[in-house]
Design a protein around this ligand. Sequence first.
Ligand code: CR1
Length: 793
Amino acid sequence: MFSDKKAFQESFKKRLEQSYSISFQDSTRAQQFVTLSNMVREHISSEWIETNERYRKGNKQVYYLSIEFLLGRLLGQNLINLGLYETLETWLADLNIPLDELEEIEPDAALGNGGLGRLAACFLDSLASLNLPGHGCGIRYKHGLFEQKMVDGFQMELPENWLRYGYVWEVRKSDLSVDVPFWGSVDVIERKEGTKFRHVDAEYVRAVPHDMPVVGYGGETINTLRLWSAEMSTMTPMHDVLKYKRETEAISEFLYPDDSNDEGKILRLKQQYFLVSASIRSILRRFLSNGGELKELHKHVAIHINDTHPVLAIPELMRLLLDEYQLSWDEAWHITERTFAYTNHTTLSEALERWPIRIFKPLLPRIFMIVEEINERFCKRLWEEYPGEWGRIEKMAIVANGEVRMAHLAIAGSHSINGVAWLHTEILKNREMNDFYQFQPEKFNNKTNGITHRRWLLKANPELTSLLTETIGDGFQKDAAELSKLAPYADDSAFLQKLWDVKTKRKEILAKRIFEQNGVKVDPSSIFDVQVKRLHAYKRQLLNVLHILALYNKVKADSSYQMAPRTFIFGAKASPGYFYAKRIIKLIHSVADLVNNDPATKGLITVVFMENYRVSLAEDIIPAADISEQISTASKEASGTGNMKFMMNGAITMGTLDGANVEILEQTGPDNIFIFGLKAEEVMSYDKEGGYRSMDYYHHDPLIRRTLDQLVDGTLDDKGLFGVIYDSLLGENDQYFVLKDFESYRKTQEEAGRIYAEDQARWRKMMVNNISGSGIFSSDRTIKEYAKEIWNI
Ligand code: CR1
């Protein structure tokens, strides 16, 4: 289909006309996009079949269970991985169709919130590109992450609709549906062979799989992402059918429904069980139909639990082995514990899931019985290890105080527990999960996150990709470790000039987009200083915006103050119920209004907030960045992955020693990164022992005082909008150490600006050292470690 230009063009036109009954001349970009994508999907079908055949012959399979997969767009990436991008670009251009316009039509598949979901997407790409048998299991939410619309600086949330053209990449497989039971009760049947349990009077929800091809680089391996959608089951009687339909379909309607009330909580728990029950049963079915022996399951199947959301997979596998396949508890547990591995992604307590028994037990009666039994046996083992230590055992229990603690269940039921960056894993081992680490140290390990360089370099930055290819050859495209070959070019002035030109070109492209979207003119020769990520207090967008306001004050107060012109670029969605985060978004807009419209700072400081941050927008922003803001309160950001994307695109990190920044520093060395602020141990010891008083910083630093006062004195608004932020810093003693780190941040920013303006040769060299040191952050490296050390594939 794609081997001959004429044949392709004819087939493309013909298919378009046949599918839409429209002449080729009159067809729309959307119709062209759908036609082309369908052709690509059909093109890979034989490789997809072939991959599955290969897997049937006995390799160990990995299943990556995740409540989020933040895929973004697939057309361009699939073409790159298939090696077809450039060919089709010219063939389509002949038909007057710019390929990039077709790519722009594709809605982002935004089935995730942020880092955790994007990591899952990068992992799928790496698994397939390394020809490893690893598949995703997730939920086919009808609506992905909300679309952010800014109205007068306030965030509005609109429902997202990625399925509007139908979804070209998926294949619906109704014949492989499974029915998932909720509610009802458990019948206990005493038999000669022992006690049997049966879940009765359940309400069933049908899980219908939709398979998506995951195209590996080179096109040899096409893995599968199986997404389940919830539909009515024929196993439930027809009374009150409307209510039943509504409640059923709600399960796969939205990503993370609001769970601030019980109704939302029930829905969330339903989603979790829905995902794991359908996935585990389809995994077992496939395993058994290939002739697998259940007692050997763990030797042929590895199941990974991405954060605690899919943790019910553990009792679900137990349930199947016990109730449906009649294994003994000990046999079932032996298999289960060796099959599962769990990744922790955060130590923030609000993200550690606990489910109230009053909700859990009635919704999932049999699963709850099994969880209780797991807990009893687990506590018994603890008792043997720590006789008499009630306090410790209660702290470690899986069920306690009326709640099921999902992380504890994950630890007890997995053979491997990993953090996502060196520092994060150390904090897990030595603090957050220290009791568990003492009990079973061999289970704990680190797997520093990574990003797929195929999307974040080859796809997002073709300009840099060609420059690198002409400089060090194309080996890095397959193996990102080869980026290290760039190191000698840090002193090659001809190369440095070309690198600078590429960066400038990407800044011009972004500047154009900013003008179109925001109506703000930004100067591509200014420093592009970028912070894009979810809005959260610990990520400290507030520190960034307060620094901008302080800088503005400095320039206003002293017209001779020298600074390199800067464009501060933000992108962030705030969780709809997170009032404080939304207020910070408003603050960024108010500061932008003040600064962008003041002739005194015109051309020196520009502030831009780009609406609706998402994967496809990130692909435009990241290649254009000079400075990458990674300024979380040390110890709070588990890893970060944006930091790695920026580094690979030649931006210099402005960061705290938090998450993977620590390892970025290891790669770049101290001269190629801007590090500031408290260290993790310092933050943790203040957290524990106190001793920090934000008010002192307010009193002793006139710049801080002046800047904070502007939050409440009418400079930014006259409705008291920012009192809540002022109070969080002073009244509530600044939980995230914004004021404590402020001066160190300000000075480091000043230093960065000075180098950029006065020592551009040095800056260019820093860029090279970042790119050449970034290969280790390819998710290929991460996945190879998971494969070898956790999954044993
Ligand atoms: C972490 O906050 C990390 C990603 C992926 C996030 C971020 O630092 O890079 O996971 N955690 O590991 C998260 O979303 C619910 O927890």
